[in-house]
Design a protein. Structure first.
Lengths: 310, 247, 408
């Protein structure tokens, strides 16, 4: 049961993150000035939104499981990724001696980067010159990582999947069911999120963009300072609803055999545990997950409420 | 008026929305420091006219020149013009998620790259000028209509524009708040700012403006100093409009 | 000068403005053109050249009505006619009603424009019908479909020509006709719904699901706003509980548990019935939330005015508040129906053979086993779902626009 819950949470978290990234990108693409980009995004949204999520998941599972060959004939990409119908092996990093020091150095680098970001912001306020915070932060962290890596004698080594006769060693395996479930959930939920993003941006009154334009702000500045902050507030309730849906939809994994919560419970039922209790327990866990997400969303909503709208 | 005294020039400007013609062959010259009031029935093209000045609308034919810069599809020139032209809207359009102070300092800090402390000091000066310094840290949702519009005027002035455009600034206000906004605009006129005001407030027009422009169905029907405009209107349409407005 | 706009709408100008206005736009356009071209090429090639559609062709009836006895299939056609008459007439009458309310705001379009509009709206449905016929051309079916379209048109005109007052009668008649269709299919020597399958079962679960959950949902919404603490607690608890759990868990619950809960002596309800109960439980909670939103949006002044005039609370609710609340949330209710339509696919988990399951099991039929025909079957099922969902979404958006204008 615990393993099942862990898997559910993994899929939910990963799914929410990926779906949001894809959904926001597609949503903004739907408002692009480029006709082709707009049409492509609309095509994506209008097709996936209108197909049941289960069908999409089954589709991916069929695509992933069936088209991939058996281990003996597995596909190898760039000597780094091995794909077969028993899973996909991806490279991972394994620590050697001194890896502890390396991570400490990286952490220090992150702290320094944040400090520099703060300094740059202060400088911007004092002089008005652009701060380029993001570039500086990324740059400092990158430098820290490289320096630490070299100075400590390369404490990390890549573990590449190596194909042996009947299996694969090294690397890290991702089960096909997991991939299919994740891809299906992300594809479906992203299409809904795209609609929400588009709707929330359109909901910002036109007068706001006009005022921002009139006062001299450029297009990116308009988005960043005026449109997106307001759109974000509008989008939070429907977005949190989508996150909830994704979490609940992960239960569909049972149909394709991924051992998350649903499946494990079903198996438990099959093994003689009384059905109602197990199911009730199951529902309690999902309920807990849902309530957590709802509470987080409500909190965000209240913090961001605009003055005078109470 | 020679060209380098002219702040804004419209030459033969047409503007279409689909097949509807909003501006017909408009010729207009506004000199530096002049205060123009544009009036006319709704749908006459008044708003479209001033929105062509900061390229919120793009004209289809003719030329629009602002402070020597011609407005075309050239984005960089448009950006320069927008920095020099301030606009006040009928619906105020303050940014609701920012405090009044942040509303005013947003553009100076990110477009003119002013340091934060200086931008805020100048913003407080402007708020004093429009008589709402105590509202600086509040959010627009907490301000009355008149206060919001005055804050909007301060926001436009923060960029130190050379031209100020007003699109029916008092039409959305309750009657008791109209005066406070008009007072601010009157004070602004005395500082020598070039202003174009679209409004129905005829008392204001008579008291403050150098020239009144009457538009109907997309064309400028008549224009002239307030005395001649109100006492001796030439055109029939002008007379009709005045009789309706001045009840 | 009354000359029309000066910018020539030449194709080159359009291309420049829309696709190539800046360098990164041009790069994006090139990349996406390639991508779309590739997808279109592969897609069309699959549909028309490499796809092996024999499996669909042979099993078309199975996909549409499952294991419904073939010699009783006339009942399906008859039921389809009844439902079409009901829905078309109601749609016509309601349209008239919406038009009456907004007569001055909607300018009537020319007949040519309206026909073009209708064709565009019906395009996905037409596409589906064309696909079905291209897979299995059957003259009798073609005649019946043509008759269906004619009947729909006639009923719609009949609904439109009715005076606006009679709308409620027409809607009630529509519901009655649906029940009639149900009876026609299952009673009088017919086929009980546990033997239905394919698209028929999908539609049944969706329509019956929404029809039964609607009154329950309304009651729950009212109960949630009740002043009696017990009633409020029970309703709120039910709604929040159901909304917090996945539908599939409810289906399992229904499947395993319902048998135990019923008093002994009543036979075990069929799997379809149990699934239907689960859907009704699930959907009623969501409808309750939708209706609650609608109730909240009716200004309190309405209730005050009604009470001031002497109406008791319950008739106030029934006559004044509820109609306004429901009218304002019709788009959301339609959205819920569309969701339910798609969610019927979940019953594959408990073994019911609706559209998706039929599509899945086809690939293990003797003739087709091992040929990896999953793509064809899944794509066909997806297509059917897509047509239904997309058409309903579009219609809902139109409805929203009309209602938005009317309820100002």
């Amino acid at each position: 049961m615990i393993v099942g819950a862990k898997n559910t949470i993994t899929v939910a978290v990963l799914g929410i993150v990926l779906a949001t990234v894809v959904g926001v990108a597609v949503g903004i693409a739907r408002l692009s000035t480029n006709w082709l980009v707009r049409r492509a995004a609309s095509l994506y949204v209008e097709s996936l939104r209108n197909i049941p999520v289960l069908v999409i998941i089954i589709f991916f599972s069929a695509a992933v499981i069936l088209t991939l060959p058996r281990i003996e004939n597995s596909i190898e990409w760039l000597d780094a990724i091995v794909m077969s119908n028993r899973g996909t092996w991806v490279p991972t990093v394994v620590g050697r001696d001194g890896v502890g020091a390396f991570w400490i150095a990286v952490a220090a680098g992150v702290v320094i980067a944040l400090g520099i970001a703060w300094w740059r912001t202060k400088r911007f306020e004092a002089t008005g010159r652009p701060h380029h915070r993001v570039l500086w932060t990324i740059g400092v962290v990158a430098v820290a990582v490289i320096v630490a890596y070299l100075a400590l004698g390369q404490p990390l080594v890549a573990s590449l999947p190596e194909r042996t006769a009947r299996s694969v060693t090294g690397g890290r395996v991702v089960s096909p069911e997991f991939t299919a479930l994740l891809l299906g959930l992300v594809a479906y939920t992203a299409s809904h999120i795209a609609e929400i993003v588009r709707g929330s941006i359109l909901a910002v009154p036109r007068g706001q963009t006009e005022a921002a334009t009139a006062v001299g702000l450029g297009p990116m500045q308009r988005l960043r300072f005026v449109v997106l902050p307001q759109a974000f507030r509008v989008a939070i309730p429907p977005l949190s609803n989508q996150f909830l849906n994704l979490t609940k939809n992960s239960s569909l994994a049972i149909v394709i055999g991924y051992p998350e919560l649903m499946r494990v419970t079903r198996v438990a039922i099959g093994n003689g545990s009384p059905a109602p209790q197990a199911l009730v327990l199951l529902m309690v866990v999902y309920l807990a997950l849902s309530l957590t997400i709802s509470a987080a969303a409500n909190l965000a909503n209240r913090r961001l409420e605009l003055a005078g709208h109470r | 008026m020679t060209n380098h005294e002219a702040m804004i020039v419209f030459e033969g400007v047409d503007k279409f929305f689909g097949s509807f013609q909003a501006l017909r062959s408009v010729d207009l010259t506004v000199g530096r420091g002049q205060n123009i009031v544009v009036c006319g029935p709704s749908g006459s093209g008044k708003s479209t006219l001033i929105r062509c000045i900061n390229r919120l609308e793009a004209h289809d034919r003719g030329r629009v020149v602002v402070d020597g810069i011609e407005l075309t599809d050239d984005l960089r020139k448009i950006q320069v013009v927008r920095r020099e032209v301030g606009m006040v809207f009928q619906q105020f359009n303050l940014f609701p998620h920012l405090s009044v102070l942040d509303n005013i300092t947003l553009a100076p800090r990110h477009v003119r790259h002013r340091p934060k402390a200086e931008a805020e000091a100048e913003a407080m000066e402007l708020l004093e000028r429009v008589r709402i310094p105590e509202q600086a840290r509040k959010y627009p949702g907490h301000l009355s209509g008149g206060q919001q519009q005055r804050a909007a005027i301060a926001r436009a002035l923060a960029m130190k524009p050379k031209v100020m455009l007003f699109d029916e600034p008092t039409s959305a206000l309750d009657p008791e708040m109209i005066k406070e906004v008009l007072d601010v605009m009157q004070e602004l006129a005395t500082t020598g700012m070039t202003m174009i005001v679209v409004t129905h407030e005829m008392k204001f027009a008579r008291a403050v403006s150098n020239r009144i422009v009457f538009m109907d169905e997309g064309e400028i029907v008549e224009s002239g100093p307030p005395e001649t405009f109100f006492e001796n209107p030439r055109e029939e349409r002008t007379k009709r409009f005045l009789s309706q407005i001045l009840q | 000068m009354n000359a029309p706009p000066v910018r020539e709408r030449s194709p080159i100008r359009w291309l420049h403005a829309n696709l190539f206005s800046t360098w990164y736009n041009s790069a994006l356009s090139a990349a996406f053109a390639l991508l779309l071209g590739f997808v279109a090429y592969r897609g069309l090639r699959f549909v028309f050249v490499t796809g092996r559609w024999e499996i669909i062709r042979r099993n078309l009836t199975l996909l549409l009505i499952g294991l419904f006895p073939r010699d009783e299939s006339w009942r399906v056609w008859a039921a389809l006619f009844l439902v079409t008459v009901g829905v078309a007439a109601a749609a016509g009458a309601l349209r008239k009603r919406a038009l009456v309310d907004t007569a001055d705001e909607l300018a009537p379009a020319s007949p040519a424009r309206r026909t073009a509009d209708t064709l565009r709206r019906a395009a996905p449905l037409v596409l589906l019908v064309v696909t079905l016929f291209s897979l299995r051309p059957e003259p009798l079916a073609a005649v019946l479909v043509a008759a269906l379209v004619a009947v729909a048109f006639v009923s719609w005109r009949a609904g439109v020509s009715l005076p606006a007052r009679r709308v409620r009668i027409v809607v009630a008649a529509g519901v009655a006709l649906m029940l009639g269709a149900l009876l026609l299919l299952s009673a009088f020597g017919g086929v009980g719904w546990d033997r239905w399958g394919g698209l028929l079962l999908t539609m049944f679960l969706a329509v019956a699901g929404i029809l039964f959950s609607f009154p329950i949902g309304v009651l729950l919404a009212i109960g949630r706003r009740s002043r009696l603490p017990v009633v409020r607690a029970v309703c709120t608890g039910y709604i929040e509980l159901i909304r917090g759990v996945p539908l599939i868990t409810l289906l399992f619950m229904a499947f395993f548990v319902i048998g135990f809960l019923l008093p002994p002596g009543t036979g075990r309800p069929s799997a379809v019935t149990r699934a239907l109960i689960a859907f009704v439980m699930f959907t009623s909670a969501y409808i309750a939330e939708i209706v609650r939103g609608g109730l909240q949006s009716v200004p309190h002044t309405q209730t005050e005015a009604a009470l001031a005039v002497g109406l008791q609370p319950i008739p106030t609710l029934r006559l004044i508040v509820l109609p306004q609340a429901l009218r304002s949330v019709i788009p959301a209710l339609v959205g819920q129906f569309i969701s339910l339509f798609k969610d019927t696919s979940l019953v594959v988990a408990i073994g019911l053979t609706e559209l998706l399951r039929v599509a899945q099991v086809l690939t293990s039929q003797g003739d087709f086993r091992g040929q990896q025909l999953q793509a064809e079957t899944l794509i066909f099922a997806s297509f059917v779902y897509w047509v239904g969902s997309y058409t309903m979404s579009r219609e809902s958006q139109r409805l929203e626009q009309r209602l938005g204008v009317g309820t100002r």
